[in-house]
Design a protein around this ligand. Sequence first.
Ligand code: ADE
Length: 243
Amino acid sequence: MQFDVFTLLPEVFPAYLETSILKRARQRGLIDVRVHNIRDYARDKHHTTDDTPFGGGGGMVMKPEPVFEAVESVLGRDSGTPIILLTPQGRLFDQRVAEELSSREKIALICGRYEGVDERIRQHLVTDEISIGDYVLTGGEIPALILIDAVSRLLPGVLGDPTGAEDDSHSSGLLEYPHYTRPPEFRGESVPDVLLSGDHAKIAKWRREQSLLRTLKRRPDLLEKANLTDEDRRFLSRMKDER
Ligand code: ADE
């Protein structure tokens, strides 16, 4: 999958992309992240990318010309590639959106900076707007990296374990069950017996219940949309009665 990132701060990206799982995914050709400096597409002598807002007020606004120029010279016009603006005004990013985007061959990401972008970029260039949460950052670079990370790890082969992403928190709409590794006892705290039992059916049942319990305690809002079996519902109502 190819990501074309348009930014005024290209230097932000390499450190993260050259580490660990994303590095390996890039080396194996599973993902290709191309970072483009919007400033290179500004045609005036000073390579201006921002200007004061019409109508007054504080802050600076990203100018339309270099952004259009950058995106259109890299993608061509009407390429059909989703062109996503990272902005706190976008639809909220979650695991479902990550899954939706992971089915694309290519996506373009525009990182907003300053107070915002000229509205014509939104209206006539961008095809989607995404926010990573209800808070405001200084720019869309970290949101773009978050999106690349969350989408990449869903692609076949990116995680070493082929079932790696299946049990994740949020992939089934629930939070994930607790994990343990060696040693079996640490500072007087033991690993739950069931995990040492070798009984796979029992372990699966315990994990499912822990997942439900954790979601009930921490994120009960998620249960409304989660895919629950009758058995899950019976377990949850027993747990609610006990509380
Ligand atoms: N740019 C600034 N804040 C942002 C957010 N919360 N999500 C996406 N892009 C942003």
